[in-house]
Ligand binder design. Sequence first.
Ligand code: CO
Length: 137
Amino acid sequence: MIGRLNHVAIVVPDLEAAAKLYRENMGADVSEAVDMPANGVTTVFVHLPNTNIELLHPLGENSPVANFLERNPAGGIHHVCYEVDDVVVARDRLKALGARVLGDGEPKLGAHGKPTIFLHPKDFFGTLVELEEPSES
Ligand code: CO
């Protein structure tokens, strides 16, 4: 069922500084910052040959990553995103096996415009897990 590692997400206190670090010091292919008001985050993608790093910064008043940044003011790894061919099939399978889906349990469009869900970290050994359908690119 589980496919490729799509991205590792890191919440950062300074998105510009983090993008610069990856672009200039690490020599990576780094996207422009994109505001995603519906998701409460601004994102920058660092494209690596085998996966991506998603840099996240809170956007707006009820950002889902604001509390994380308060607890981890220097930043930190927030979630990992695995690809699955069908998010609804994967969700139903994992729910039947006891995993908890965050929010209302319905897929939301993520940073790549693909349906995504988040699974409770307590059901994945302390790791917040995002599932996303693969992009063509
Ligand atoms: Co993500």
